[in-house]
Design a protein around this ligand. Structure first.
Ligand SMILES: [Fe+2]
Length: 236
């Protein structure tokens, strides 16, 4: 082999080696992604007795938890399984795969937000002095915070979405956020208090009278949960 051909041979070997390494890396990445899809979420139990929240009937809470929350957990688990199958199926086009990724995003949001919602419900609605002063420090007063939170909720009445009091760890600010659906949560934010404004949360008890549902939510907030979440964030 002359010098020129030997150089070509060596360069070809290097290229083949690099391709083999890339292929191995891609295979490992695929395997890792598949492994993550093996996770199946177990529904959490309702953290309070259905019917114990004043203003929200047992039937409503039970239906919400069973049909909407557990329904989302089941859907999320199915979507994760389908993703695992689709990842290695060469016949699955990227846009079909991304349709499943969109569902994964929405269902993940629904599961997590419902767990946060039920966990901050079932209390006596009374925020202690430290929580009130922490919120007041960011909003001018506790009442100013509540007024804006209620206004956002009222605006979502008759439709769907969430209201979130959250601490944005990037901006270092405690704010109320409007969310159009399960996937529009503010980035970099630790949830402190979430309110489900999908019609299934109140229609059975109140029809279109959304203000009554908001009143019932406020009188049933478990502030101890919100205080624990707030304690995890930096003092704003
Ligand atoms: Fe819901």
């Amino acid at each position: 082999m002359d010098v020129r051909n030997r150089r070509k041979f060596l360069m070809g070997s290097v290229a083949l080696g690099a391709i083999a390494t890339l292929a191995a890396t891609a295979a490992e990445a695929t395997k890792a992604a598949q492994s993550s899809f093996l996770y199946q979420h177990e529904p959490l139990p309702l953290p309070f007795k259905a019917g114990s929240v004043k203003g929200l009937s047992e039937k409503l809470i039970q239906s919400h938890w069973e049909n909407n929350y557990i329904g989302s957990v089941k859907a999320l688990n199915i979507v994760r399984s389908r993703l695992q199958q689709a990842l290695t199926d060469a016949n699955t086009p990227a846009y079909v795969y991304n349709g499943l990724k969109r569902e994964q995003l929405l269902r993940t949001g629904s599961v997590v937000l419902h767990e946060l919602y039920f966990a901050n419900l079932g209390g006596d609605g009374l925020a202690d002095a430290s929580v009130r002063s922490r919120i007041a420090a960011s909003f001018g007063s506790f009442d100013a915070w509540e007024s804006e939170f209620r206004k956002i909720a009222q605006g979502l009445g008759g439709g769907s979405g969430w209201v979130m009091l959250g601490y944005n760890t990037q901006l270092n600010v405690l704010e109320n956020y409007w969310m159009a659906d399960h996937a529009t949560g503010p980035v970099g934010t630790t949830p402190v208090l979430v309110l489900d404004m999908y019609e299934h949360s109140y229609q059975m008890d109140y029809g279109a009278a959304v203000a009554k549902y908001i009143d019932a939510f406020f009188s049933g907030i478990r502030w101890e949960t919100a205080a624990q979440r707030l304690a995890l964030t930096r003092q704003g």
